[in-house]
Unconditional design. Structure first.
Length: 127
């Protein structure tokens, strides 16, 4: 059972996160080559690949069919799975002092604003 689960997981990964799904477009490639071969009987497979993958693409009458060939466009798709395990016991804690309010009329440098680590790196000017 583990082996089949691993195979299913690998297949799912390859078909979603990599460009292996482009291989599903191979029938489009074969069909498009056959249509080009019907128009020009002397077209070789190399000439077909050169025209569609190496030469600069021009927007002609079959441009949309050209873009359906494998590895012509890059699709972005991602799957995000999030597992949230609920806590055994829900606790709610209310804090009254959520915001620090300085009631002093004159603001001055104080140790409570900067932890000790920052004192070694940077210190504001002292009067």
């Amino acid at each position: 059972m583990k082996k089949w689960f691993i195979y299913l997981f690998i297949l799912t990964y390859l078909c979603t996160f990599t460009e292996v799904r482009q291989l599903s477009k191979l029938p489009n490639l074969i069909e498009h080559y056959i249509s080009h071969k019907a128009l020009d009987g002397e077209m070789s497979v190399f000439a077909f690949f050169k025209m569609h993958y190496i030469d600069e693409q021009i927007k002609d009458s079959d441009y949309l069919k050209d873009m359906k060939l494998p590895f012509k466009t890059h699709d972005f798709s991602g799957i995000s799975i999030t597992l949230n395990i609920p806590p055994e016991k829900a606790t709610i804690s209310l804090h009254r002092n959520l915001v620090f309010v300085d009631d002093s009329k004159n603001f001055s440098y104080s140790e409570k604003y900067y932890p000790c680590v920052f004192q070694q790196i940077w210190e504001p000017p002292k009067i």
